[in-house]
Design a protein around this ligand. Structure first.
Ligand code: ATP
Length: 549
């Protein structure tokens, strides 16, 4: 765990292990494998862009990390702790959605304060202080007791999820049986009374199966619970409390003695006398008692108000605190949502397409703002988006997904420069990569008859058809170059030329070539010859898209 010195926020690494989510189709259709055996490690304090096309499983992954969806399989760790079965409130996450989800009738200040009011900050803080105090005075018992509580919660969540999955499968089976029955009646597949009786029997069978499953869950739950109950559970809490209370009582006695010892002294400076008493008491106060006393002495109302102001300052909306959300721009509303997510000092911040509802200018501005806030707080952040440019510009690392699986993970530039497969090469880059169909012969790659690329890596490959990808900046004009492309038209963008080109073997109708620092005279409506830059040219298998060179 890393601590941020300025904001006091902690950040944790996140590890997903074989994470899988299957949505069972309630109408008997095909189930959806939204996330499939997903493994990823997100380092503490980094901003990760979870990127991929619509429907690839990004939001499902995020909601499983948040605890809003239960995985079908696999585990989620925050640091070393397995949080797969932990309830969302206990995970220490801040969530920001695309639609801000602010309360319209509350002021900005109230909106930011809401999570703190909702969690009963006073009670949770004092409970936490007691927990730490118990840990000091009664470490063995406290560890056994609190470990039991968290194991119990995980167990309860596990069986809640299992029951809800079983119920979904049951409803699915009911649906299928009802449809089959109606069809059988309609198509007169037999005598009505027999069909009805069979249907009833089938429904009973399905129901019995669910009941049996529930019963078996109950039995397993009881058994598993037995295994985690510490032998001396009944005695644990009273023992812990008694130990702490004894320490507290001993301290109170010492405190009284100190006060009494000063009673007779005739110091004529009462302020100094009080300071001396306080210091003497402080010296005999045990650390555990101090923790509890301090937690009780906090003015939580003020603390909450100050936290709301601090968060508003962090996101740059401190002058908007008394407005309602409707009086703010979309970008400002999203900042309020971020402040609200951060006010509980989460260990992980999850952002689901947070910029999608903003216009282009605000999107850019808010994107930079999110990057700054993340750097300032050092909070581990997952940013979900389908916009590759957004992910590339904001992220320390991107994780590119497709069909519920990781395609590639790495620093944005690294992934752009070294795509593992055709999907990654196509998904990243504006303008997009130009693709040609060609073939390998020995170590050489041809587009039509033109040898355009040579790599020793290809020697081991069979001669065959392949796909060649060339980044827009991967072309060097050369009158004797191997590849001639047809230039449709040219745009000058600052110092660069952007050529919209075609080629008979190109896979897309048109593609772009970007040329910087041009000395040659390039003309529209002509064939232009190029050499391809080896580090900007990628060769892919035609069948499975795997990168060959
Ligand atoms: P988008 O960018 O469009 O939000 P995404 O990458 O976030 O897409 P998910 O929302 O995670 O994708 O969806 C992944 C797959 O799971 C999709 O095929 C989707 O239809 C399916 N899916 C998501 N939620 C459910 C659900 N509650 N029930 C059934 N299928 C679902």
């Amino acid at each position: 765990m890393e601590d941020n010195k300025t904001t006091g926020m902690k950040s944790l690494s996140i590890k997903l292990e074989n994470l899988t989510k299957i949505f069972y189709d309630k109408k008997g259709g095909k189930d959806t494998r939204a996330v499939d055996d997903f493994d990823v490690v997100i380092p503490a304090g980094k901003l990760i862009g979870l990127l991929g096309p619509s429907g690839c499983g990004k939001s499902t992954t995020l909601y499983m990390i948040a605890g809003l969806l239960a995985p079908t399989n696999g585990k989620i760790f925050f640091g070393d702790e397995d949080i797969t079965e932990l309830s969302p409130e206990k995970r220490g996450i801040g969530l920001v959605f695309q639609n801000y989800a602010l309360y319209p009738h509350m002021t900005v200040r109230k909106n930011i304060l809401f999570p703190l009011e909702n969690m009963n900050l006073r009670k949770t803080s004092i409970d936490e202080a007691y927990r730490q105090a118990y840990d000091i005075e009664s470490p063995t018992e406290a560890e056994a007791y609190y470990q039991y509580l968290s194991k119990l919660e995980a167990l309860q969540n596990k069986y809640r999820h299992l029951e809800s999955d079983a119920k979904a499968i049951y409803q699915n089976a009911l649906f299928v049986e009802n449809v089959t029955y109606k069809k059988a009646i309609k198509e007169k597949r037999g005598d009505k009374t027999t069909l009805k009786a069979n249907h009833k029997a089938k429904l009973n069978e399905i129901k019995a199966k669910l009941m049996a499953e529930k019963k078996s869950f109950d039995e397993k739950y009881i058994e598993e619970k037995k295994a985690i109950i510490p032998q001396n559970l009944e005695l644990l809490l009273p023992t812990i409390k008694a130990k702490y209370e004894a320490v507290e009582k001993a301290f109170e006695t010492k405190k009284k003695a100190i006060i009494a010892s000063y009673k007779g002294s005739k110091s004529n400076d009462p302020v100094r006398k009080q300071a001396e008493i306080d210091s003497a008491i402080e010296q005999v106060m045990p650390k555990s008692v101090k923790l509890v006393h301090e937690a009780k002495a906090v003015n939580y109302k003020k603390l909450m108000r100050d936290s709301a102001i601090d968060m508003a300052k962090l996101v740059g909306i401190e002058d908007q605190l008394d407005k309602t959300p409707a009086q703010l721009s979309g970008g400002q509303q999203q900042r309020v949502a971020i402040a609200r997510a951060l006010v509980k000092k989460p260990k992980v911040l999850l952002l689901d397409e947070p910029l999608s509802n903003l216009d282009a200018r605000l999107r850019l501005q808010t994107r930079e703002e999110i990057k700054r806030i993340q750097k300032e707080t050092g909070i581990t952040t997952i940013f979900v988006t389908h916009d590759q440019e957004e992910a590339m510009s904001i992220s320390d690392e991107i994780v590119l997904m497709n069909f519920g699986e990781e395609q590639q993970k790495g620093a944005p530039q690294e992934v752009y420069d070294n795509p593992k497969n055709l999907f990654v090469a196509k998904f990243l880059g504006t303008p997009p990569i130009g693709l040609y169909q060609g073939h390998i012969k020995g170590s050489k790659v041809y587009i039509g008859d033109a040898p355009v690329f040579d790599s020793a890596k290809l020697k081991a490959e069979k001669d065959r058809e392949i796909v060649i990808g060339v980044r827009p900046e991967g072309y060097t004009p050369n009158v004797n170059g191997a590849l001639g492309v047809d230039c449709d038209f040219i745009e000058t963008i600052g110092r660069d030329l952007s050529i919209v080109a075609t080629h008979k073997d190109a896979i897309t109708k048109t593609f772009r070539i970007i040329l910087s620092d041009l000395t040659e005279n390039i003309k529209e409506q002509s064939v232009i010859k190029f050499d391809l830059k080896p580090n900007k040219t990628f060769i892919f298998d035609l069948e499975d898209g795997r990168r060959l060179a």
